[in-house]
Write a protein that binds this ligand. Structure first.
Ligand code: SAH
Length: 396
């Protein structure tokens, strides 16, 4: 096994169990390793620290598989780690019954670069780094064993693969496409899932709890759902008795699915739902000049800042939409505002929303801080895992 030798003093983050080794921490690779190979990580004085996956093209030069420098990384390793991640969710009461569930959340489940989501008996796999790319077959075998699923679809088409020098890979890795359209029931609402062409692995599982919260807040409220995708928040708002729900997204296919999703749920009032294909930035202004007002507004935009380098421009965009949302709120109205940008930390996000309220001339207070549900855990030593943050604010 090749040795990855760190520069003096650069073993500190590893000692705190942070799993990333940046190029700037590396002295040299001693021996030969191909992308994805397991290397032994050693301190400048030669002390073994960890075993990691080598990724020569990425700024993150290696990702730690194990901090036990003696542990072998082989098929059995993936069986153990994957089974453990699946078991943890089974033993979490609020997750055990969910048809749509994240089974493996990368670094926070001790499996850097590996995502697996379950939609009923279908598992969707996403590999984003050279390490899991090398162990694809072991991972697929371990997922079959741990879940007993009928089929596995691979959606390794995230843009971050390019940073690793990897091309996109998609297709059925085990089993075949289901005969009927895939769907799950999420907290009483049926939602179609397009694992082939949908966003991420097909659905935004990370907003499950927040959609449920929306349902508990919606009774009698005129609701606006911006960036609605396939209507998750909209349908929960209808289930909660919203007086009306206006939903906006720029994606025609996402809206078409949203309309179908509503039809799949005959218990929900179709007449209270309105869908608009539009750019949210433009549409919020138009709603203001039309004199529309709302009692509950959801803002769940895409990742404006994938990394800290984009934070400034992203902050401007977040501030704009939040200011417009505050202007559209009736007195006492609620704003649920999210950022899923890894490059914007939660204190920064709060500052942006506070500035937006000032722009709109509104006073508001935070009723709740919102995050992803427990199938998207954040390892204590890996704060990067806390990408989704939200605020539930009430305006005066
Ligand atoms: N809230 C959704 C997920 C939102 S994902 C859920 O719970 O499932 C972000 C969505 O924003 C995507 O559907 C994307 O099509 C849409 N989008 C991105 N930029 C947009 C823009 N400028 N205007 C309107 N929609 C946009």
């Amino acid at each position: 096994m090749a040795q990855l030798v760190l520069l003096p003093g650069k073993d500190r983050s590893l000692a705190r169990r942070h799993p990333w080794i940046f190029a700037a921490a590396v002295d040299r690779l001693s021996g030969r390793a191909r992308p994805g190979d397991t290397v032994e990580v050693v301190a400048a004085n030669g002390r073994p620290l960890a075993r990691a996956a080598w990724s020569p093209e990425s700024k993150i030069r290696a990702r730690v598989w194990t901090f036990d420098a003696e542990e072998t990384v082989d098929d059995a390793f993936f069986k153990r780690r994957i089974q453990a991640a699946v078991d943890r969710r089974r033993l979490t009461p609020e997750l055990g019954e969910q048809e749509g569930l994240r089974l493996i959340h990368g670094e926070s489940d001790g499996l850097p670069g590996l995502i697996a989501d379950r939609y009923g008996d279908t598992v969707v796999l996403q590999l984003t780094a050279t390490g899991p790319e090398k162990w694809r077959q072991a991972i697929i075998g371990a997922l079959r064993l741990a879940t007993g699923c009928q089929r596995i679809y691979e959606r390794s088409d995230s843009h971050v693969r390019r940073l690793e020098g990897l091309d996109p890979v998609t297709g059925w890795a085990f089993g075949a496409a289901p005969e009927n359209t895939l769907s799950i029931v999420e907290n009483g609402v049926r939602m179609q899932i397009d694992v082939v062409a949908g966003h991420k692995t097909g659905f935004y599982l990370d907003q499950r709890d927040n959609r449920l919260l929306t349902r508990s807040l919606a009774a009698g409220r005129a609701t606006l759902n911006c960036f609605c995708y396939t209507g998750g928040f909209s349908l929960q708002a209808l289930a909660g008795g919203a007086s009306s729900v206006l939903s906006i997204d720029s994606s025609g296919p996402a809206l078409a699915t949203a309309v179908q999703n509503l039809a799949l749920n005959p218990q929900l009032a179709v007449s209270r739902a309105e869908w608009r294909e539009a750019d949210v930035f433009t549409e919020l202004r138009a709603l203001k000049s039309d004199g529309r007002r709302f009692d509950l507004i959801i803002l769940d935009p895409p990742k404006f800042a994938p990394s800290a380098a984009h934070a400034e421009r992203a902050a401007r965009a977040y501030r704009d939409i939040n200011a417009f949302a505050f202007r559209l709120l009736n007195p006492g109205g609620l704003l649920m505002s999210y950022s899923c940008s890894g490059g914007i930390r939660s204190e920064h996000f709060q500052q942006i929303v506070a500035d937006a309220a000032v722009d709109a001339g509104r006073d508001a207070r935070i009723l709740r801080r919102l995050a992803a549900p427990p199938d998207h855990p954040v390892a204590l030593h890996f704060s990067e895992g806390e990408y989704l943050k939200g605020l539930l604010c009430q305006a005066d």
